[in-house]
Write a protein that binds this ligand. Structure first.
Ligand code: J2J
Length: 543
C-alpha cells in the first residue's frame, strides 16, 4: 500500500496498484539503488567534480558514512533538511545519505536568499540546513546564522568547505562516521524529498515526490534519452533543479550506471573544455543558454564531438533557435517540457526533424493522462488550444501541507492543473502556446509575481504594485514592476531604490524586477481588478 501521510495527498489505492502492476513502480528506494549499483560496478566512475573522481563504491561509502553521522545527530526518517548546494560532488553525498535514512532533502537553489530560505526552514520545520561556505562572493554561513536564530526547529547547520568562526556550524567533513548507527529505513512508497514549485502564489509550494514515482520518471526518461552505462551527463544547470536532476538528469544517469560530471558555471568557456576532457555525451540547457552555446559552437576551440544529445527545456525554445542546434553543435536536439510536479514530455530522438523543432514533445508514459480543456474543464476539439491537465504515475496528487491550494490546483478526480496553455498535434506531441498561471518564465527561472509584489508592498513609499512579464529576445521574458507611490511619499524615488529594497529583503537575484516603472494608476478589468493583460501590453510597447 501507499504509505499514508497527512502532509500530502497521495494516489488512490487503485491507481497505485495499477502503476505497480504495469511495472512502473518497481519498489526501489534511492538508498538501495545506489547500493546495488555500487555492488554491480564498484570501480566505475559515478561523479566527477574538477579533479575529484568518485567511483560508485566511493559515493556509496561516503553516503553510508554520512547517513551514520546524520543518524547519530538525531536526524530521523521523515525529518526535513534544507539542502542549498551548488554543483559539487558533496551534493550527491548529502542527498543519498538523507535518502538512506529517509530524511527529506528540501531542494533550495544556490540563488535563494534569506526570505526564501527562512520560509523553507520554517514551513517544513527543517532540523538542518546544508550550505556551501562562500559562493559568488555571498557568505552562506552568515545567512545560515541569521536563519538559525529565527527558526527554532533548526538544530544543525552543515557547511561544505570552511565552516567559519561560528561554533554552531559543523563542517560536513566532521559529520561522517564509520560506525553504523541504526536508523529506520524508508520504503519505496515513502516520500523521498520535497522539490520546489515554480510558483504563482505568495510563497513557493513544496512538491512531495516518492521513491517509487521519481524512480519511474528516471528510468522512463533514460529509455527516451538513450541513457545507459556509457552515458556521460554534464550538470550545467543548478544540480537541485528538477530538470538536471531527473530529465534524465544526474539521478537518471546514476540509475543507469553512467557518469555524472559537474559543471561549475554554465558558460561555454567553462563547459566546453569539460565536455572535451570528460567526453560528455548528453546535457540539458534552458533556451537562453542553448542560444549562447549554439553561437559559440562553430568557432569553439574544443572537441565537442562526443556530445550526442542536447536537451533544451524549462521555457519555450523557439523554432528558429531549435533549427540551429544540429548545425552548430552536431548533436541531436531533444526538447523537454517538464515540471517538478511530475509530467515530463520529450521529443523522441528518432522523431522527424520538423517534430523536434516545432513541438515540446510527448509524455514519457503511455499512462500519463493528458487533457486539453477550456475554461469550463471541457475537452477542446482535437488540435485546439486549451489548458493542460494531467495525472499519471509520477505526477503528484497534491502539494505538501497545502490543502486549500490543492483544491484549486487539482481537479476533483486528481488531475494537476499545470497552468500551461497547449495544443496537441495528431501524433500526440504538445506545443506550448502560452500560460494561464500568473507566473513569469525568465529564461527557465520561474518568478511568482505575487511573491515579489508582497515584498515590494513592504516598502514604506509604495501604495500598490503589479509585476508583469515583458517579452525579451534573449530570456523570453523579463520582469517589470509597475509601482504606485503613496501620495505622501518622499519624492523623487528612483527605480533602483525598489530593486535595492527587494535585494535587501533577501530574494533570489533572478526575482529582482528587471525594470521598475512608476505610474499613477493600473488599468482595470471590467470587475475592477488590476488588468495584468493590459499592463503586459503597455510594458511590451514601452520597451
Ligand atoms: C515551454 N514551457 C516550459 C518548455 C518547462 C524538465 C524540463 C523542465 C522542467 C521545468 C522540469 C518548457 N516549453 N519546453 O521540471 O523535469 C514551463 C511550463 C511548466 C514549468 C515547470 C523538467 N519546459 N516549461 O521547467 O517546475 O510552464 O520545471 O509548467 O521549473 O516550466 O517549471 P519547473
Amino acid at each position: 500500500t501507499v504509505t499514508p501521510t497527512t502532509d500530502a495527498p497521495t494516489w488512490p489505492e487503485e491507481f497505485a496498484a495499477r502503476y505497480r502492476e504495469l511495472g512502473y513502480w518497481r519498489g526501489e528506494t534511492f538508498g538501495a539503488m545506489l547500493h546495488e549499483r555500487a555492488a554491480a560496478h564498484p570501480d566505475r566512475i559515478a561523479v566527477v567534480d574538477g579533479e575529484r573522481r568518485w567511483s560508485y563504491a566511493e559515493l556509496d561509502r561516503r553516503a553510508d558514512r554520512l547517513a551514520n553521522g546524520f543518524a547519530a545527530r538525531g536526524i530521523v526518517k521523515g525529518d526535513r533538511v534544507v539542502v542549498q548546494l551548488p554543483n559539487v560532488a558533496e551534493f550527491f553525498e548529502v542527498i543519498f545519505a538523507l535518502f538512506r535514512i529517509g530524511a527529506l532533502p528540501v531542494f533550495a537553489l544556490p540563488a535563494h536568499r534569506e526570505t526564501e530560505i527562512r520560509y523553507f526552514c520554517e514551513f517544513t520545520e527543517a532540523v538542518a540546513y546544508v550550505v556551501p561556505d562562500v559562493l559568488s562572493g555571498f557568505d552562506h554561513r552568515a545567512l545560515a546564522a541569521k536563519v538559525r536564530a529565527q527558526v527554532p526547529t533548526l538544530r544543525d547547520v552543515f557547511v561544505v568547505g570552511d565552516p567559519g568562526p561560528d561554533p554552531a556550524h559543523t563542517p560536513l567533513s566532521d559529520v561522517a562516521c564509520d560506525d553504523f548507527v541504526p536508523y529506520d529505513e524508508p520504503v519505496p512508497s515513502d516520500l523521498a524529498f520535497l522539490q520546489l514549485s515554480g510558483g504563482s502564489t505568495g510563497v513557493p509550494k513544496l512538491i512531495p515526490r516518492t521513491h517509487d514515482d521519481y524512480m519511474y520518471s528516471l528510468w522512463g526518461s533514460n529509455e527516451l534519452c538513450a541513457v545507459d552505462e556509457d552515458s556521460v551527463f554534464l550538470v550545467v544547470l543548478p544540480a537541485a533543479h528538477n530538470f538536471p536532476l531527473s530529465s534524465p538528469g544526474s539521478l537518471g544517469v546514476l540509475y543507469a550506471g553512467g557518469r555524472v560530471v559537474l559543471c561549475p558555471q554554465p558558460d561555454p568557456e567553462t563547459a566546453f573544455p569539460i565536455i572535451e576532457r570528460e567526453r560528455v555525451t548528453i546535457t540539458g540547457l534552458v533556451p537562453p543558454l542553448a542560444l549562447v552555446w549554439t553561437e559559440a559552437g562553430p568557432t569553439a576551440r574544443y572537441d565537442l564531438s562526443s556530445l550526442d544529445v542536447l536537451l533544451v527545456g524549462g521555457a519555450k525554445f523557439s523554432e528558429a533557435a531549435a533549427r540551429r542546434v544540429r548545425p552548430a553543435l552536431d548533436c541531436t536536439l531533444q526538447q523537454v517540457f517538464g515540471m517538478a510536479e511530475g509530467l515530463v514530455n520529450y521529443t523522441r530522438l528518432d522523431d522527424p526533424v520538423e517534430t523536434i523543432v516545432t513541438t515540446q514533445g510527448r509524455p514519457i508514459s503511455a499512462h500519463d493522462e493528458v487533457r486539453v480543456v477550456d475554461d469550463e474543464d471541457q475537452d477542446v476539439a482535437p488540435g485546439e488550444t486549451g489548458h493542460l491537465l494531467t495525472r499519471g504515475p509520477y505526477t503528484i496528487r497534491g502539494y505538501w501541507r497545502a490543502p486549500e491550494h490543492n483544491q484549486r490546483s487539482f481537479t476533483e478526480d486528481g488531475f494537476y492543473r499545470t497552468g500551461d496553455v497547449v495544443r496537441m498535434t495528431p501524433t500526440g506531441h504538445l506545443v506550448v502556446e502560452g500560460r494561464a498561471k500568473d507566473q513569469i518564465n525568465r529564461g527557465g527561472e520561474k518568478v511568482a509575481p505575487e511573491e515579489v509584489e508582497n515584498v515590494i508592498l513592504g516598502h514604506p513609499a509604495v501604495h500598490d504594485v503589479s509585476v508583469v512579464a515583458v517579452p525579451d529576445e534573449y530570456l523570453g521574458e523579463r520582469t517589470c514592476a509597475y509601482v504606485i507611490l503613496r501620495a505622501d511619499a518622499e519624492s523623487p524615488l528612483k527605480p533602483v531604490a525598489i530593486k535595492k529594497f527587494v535585494r535587501e529583503r533577501g530574494l533570489a537575484a533572478y526575482k529582482i524586477p528587471d525594470r521598475v516603472e512608476f505610474v499613477d494608476a493600473f488599468p482595470q478589468t471590467g470587475i475592477g481588478k488590476v488588468s495584468k493583460k493590459d499592463l503586459r501590453t503597455t510594458a511590451a510597447a514601452d520597451q
